[in-house]
Design a protein around this ligand. Structure first.
Ligand SMILES: NC(=O)c1ccc[n+]([C@@H]2O[C@H](COP(=O)([O-])OP(=O)(O)OC[C@H]3O[C@@H](n4cnc5c(N)ncnc54)[C@H](O)[C@@H]3O)[C@@H](O)[C@H]2O)c1
Length: 350
């Protein structure tokens, strides 16, 4: 038997071709947030990646997406993961539907992006986190606010001033998303878990780890939604390892004529910070005032970072890893537990 040798010049070409190979991406869930990501993959914006397989329980959604990207459509994610050679998978399903797909993605050795909240079951999320770590897979979760151009400036300012910051107020007050699963705790997790979790994430990003959670909530304001069983309004008191204390308000009862609010305001002895509407930042000190407005496309940056991290085999490129999403889930589930137990103080395990 003779062994054919690849001439060195051809080997070089082969390596170059391999280096140019696109990251093959699959999607589980082709609903609202998946379309946010699809727009970043469309029109040559991400030349190093290609959506090659898509899956949704709803036929019209999956067919439309498959056509858009020339991808193979699936109804069953197990079949997709078994048949397709994928490098990375996005999971964009409703909060109650994280029922095994992440574990199978990890088992297959694919890199993983999961939309927030990454599950409603903390143990499930921790198992996925352990699997990702054991297999050293690149991972990300959909907390895109961390990619704002001024986010590192805001974080550094908080760190420099943390000793003189007394407390913060944070808000996600607005209307109610229209998706069927949002109005019930068992399918969405409730507003703190599903929506205000972005605000909790930014509080953790700025102020450090949460030590205790104590929450109250109320129902009965909303009268125009059928089959609705989650809090209309809640207030969650948090203490942090950095010493700061704060309250995160959630409300989904605002209708025509009302005014919502989104952001984090921190009050210091000689300073003040107001991060508003996920787009602007005002910092005030004794002798200066600084204003920032977000200047980058945070969703595009989030998806670019995921693909770049895969290509460079460098998890540190990801600003919102799965492990951070697990911590956010832990805090918001503790808020639900506290609300259910009449405001009981919950101490989080280190
Ligand atoms: N990062 C953000 O800013 C942001 C914004 C909106 C929504 N989200 C999150 O994204 C998730 C999805 O929200 P959405 O608005 O896209 O919901 P959606 O209802 O529009 O879409 C979810 C899709 O998942 C599909 N699906 C459910 N189970 C499936 C399964 N087993 N296999 C294949 N497909 C399945 C559904 O059929 C549906 O099409 C939620 O957790 C939500 O909190 C994140």
């Amino acid at each position: 038997m003779t062994t054919a040798r690849v001439p060195p010049n051809l080997l070089h070409h082969w390596e170059l071709n391999m280096a140019k190979k696109k990251v093959r991406v699959g999607f589980i869930g082709c609903g609202g947030i998946a379309h946010f990501h699809f727009d970043h993959y469309d029109k040559g914006r991400m030349p190093d990646a290609q959506i090659t397989a898509v899956c949704d329980l709803l036929d019209d959604r999956v067919q439309e997406t498959a056509k858009r990207f020339g991808a193979t459509p699936y109804k069953d994610y197990k079949e997709m993961l078994a048949k397709e050679k994928l490098d990375a998978v996005y999971v964009c399903v409703e909060p109650c539907a994280h029922t095994g797909m992440e574990k199978m993605v990890v088992e297959k050795g694919c890199h993983l992006f999961v939309e927030k909240p990454v599950a409603l079951d903390l143990k499930y999320a921790k198992d996925v986190e352990a699997g990702l770590k054991a297999k050293k897979l690149i991972n990300a979760a959909g907390f895109q606010d961390r990619y704002m151009d001024f986010a590192p400036i805001m974080r550094k300012w908080v760190k420099d001033n943390i000793k003189q910051l007394g407390f913060f107020n944070a808000y996600w007050v607005g209307g109610m998303p229209g998706v069927w699963w949002w109005r019930r705790r068992d399918t969405s997790g409730g507003q703190a878990v599903e929506q205000t979790i972005h605000t909790f994430d930014m509080c953790r990003y700025l102020f450090g780890e949460v030590l205790t959670v104590q929450a109250i909530g109320r129902r009965g304001v909303i009268t125009d939604v059928e089959n609705y069983d989650t809090e209309d309004a809640s207030a969650v008191n948090l203490t942090f390892d950095s010493g700061i204390i704060g309250t995160v308000f959630s409300g989904c009862f605002c209708r025509e004529g009302s005014v919502g609010r989104n952001g984090i305001t921190a009050y210091g002895m000689h300073c003040y910070m107001d991060y508003a509407e996920r787009t602007s930042l005002k910092i005030q000190e004794q002798h200066r005032k600084i204003d920032f407005t977000v200047g980058n496309d945070i969703g595009q940056e989030e998806d670019n970072a995921f693909i770049q991290a895969i290509l460079e085999k460098d998890q540190s490129i990801i600003l919102s890893p799965y492990s951070e999403a697990v911590k956010n889930l832990e805090v918001t589930l503790a808020a639900n537990e506290s609300m259910d137990k009449g405001g009981k103080l919950i101490t989080l395990k280190k």
